[in-house]
Design a protein around this ligand. Structure first.
Ligand code: URA
Length: 293
């Protein structure tokens, strides 16, 4: 018997085949998908020797997951890395990136591409920005956030009075998620893909010691903090990752698609919160950005 989720999967596969990489979902659609997904999840087998984190069962990566028996919790295998102990922050980040190059836990999933894209910026920055995974442009250039979303991020940083090079920019997943017959299309990483790289992000935070982290989008928030739900519900409060304050905001690519001044204003408010956390001065002009007249 055909289930509602099969029709949805057919639709999503059709869109993917047409080259569509992102679909806007409003909060009601997300809630419906999450419920369908929750009902359809299978418990995952977990290697006995590994570190395990429990995460809420919900995820928005509906298209990637085949339907099976219901499960309330997902157990994710987070492989440990050996953190480089000696050297400057730049040297330690370089050593970490070298370790990621042929990272077996990511490779063996078989769902990620093999070109590693690690991070960019200042390894001693006060502000760390975390996105989801490299896309087509990032894989080509070997640097996070260099495509259209990266341009948007640069604009936001400029409005804050920061050059991209003054911040540390990274992704939860260090490899571009693969799709069948992939060209320029990108997809969100799955929970397993995020878990396979999570120890890198944790160690990056230990090395960089930022004073504040901004999670760019719901996927980054899910990977870093285990949050699920809409970004609008995640915004407006401080979280913690390894003792560092974290703010969640919309992904720059969402802003590229949105025509709403409210969304732009929301991101700007999140960034002003980060500026306050970093004791950065905020001018009257900056405070007035995107204010409805
Ligand atoms: N989107 C991300 O989340 N990360 C990138 O590096 C580029 C686009």
């Amino acid at each position: 018997m055909s289930r509602p989720v099969d029709a949805l999967l057919d639709f999503l596969r059709g869109e993917e085949a047409r080259g569509v990489t992102h679909i806007h979902l409003d909060d009601d659609a997300k809630a419906l998908l999450r419920e369908l997904h929750r009902r359809a999840r299978a418990p995952k087998a977990v290697p006995a020797s590994a570190a395990v984190v429990s995460r809420p069962a919900e995820s928005v990566a509906v298209a990637e997951r085949p339907a099976a028996a219901p499960a309330e919790k997902t157990e994710l295998f987070v492989p440990e890395i050996s953190a480089p102990a000696a050297g400057s922050a730049a040297e330690r980040i370089a050593a970490l990136a070298a370790q990621a190059e042929n990272w077996a836990p990511a490779r063996k999933l078989g769902t990620l591409r093999t070109t590693m894209v690690f991070s960019t910026g200042n390894p001693e920055a006060d502000l760390m920005l975390v996105g989801e995974a490299p896309g087509y442009q990032e894989e080509l250039q070997g640097e996070p956030f260099v495509g259209p979303a990266g341009q948007k991020l640069n604009d936001i940083l400029k409005a804050m009075g920061l050059a991209r090079e003054q911040t540390y920019i990274s992704n939860i997943v260090k490899f571009r998620p693969a799709t069948a017959g992939q060209t320029t299309n990108n997809r969100k990483p799955t929970l397993e893909e995020m878990a396979s790289c999570l120890s890198f992000v944790r160690t990056e935070v230990e090395i960089v010691k930022p004073r504040c982290i901004v999670a760019l989008g719901g996927t980054a928030a899910e990977g870093l903090l285990g949050l699920t739900g809409s970004v609008s519900a995640m915004r407006g409060k401080w979280y913690e990752f390894n003792g560092i304050p974290v703010r969640v905001t919309y992904h720059p690519s969402y802003l590229l698609r949105s025509t709403s001044v409210r969304d732009k204003r929301a991101v700007w408010e999140d960034m002003m919160e980060a500026m306050e956390k970093l004791d950065m001065p905020i001018s009257e002009r900056q405070r007035a950005f995107f204010q409805q007249r």
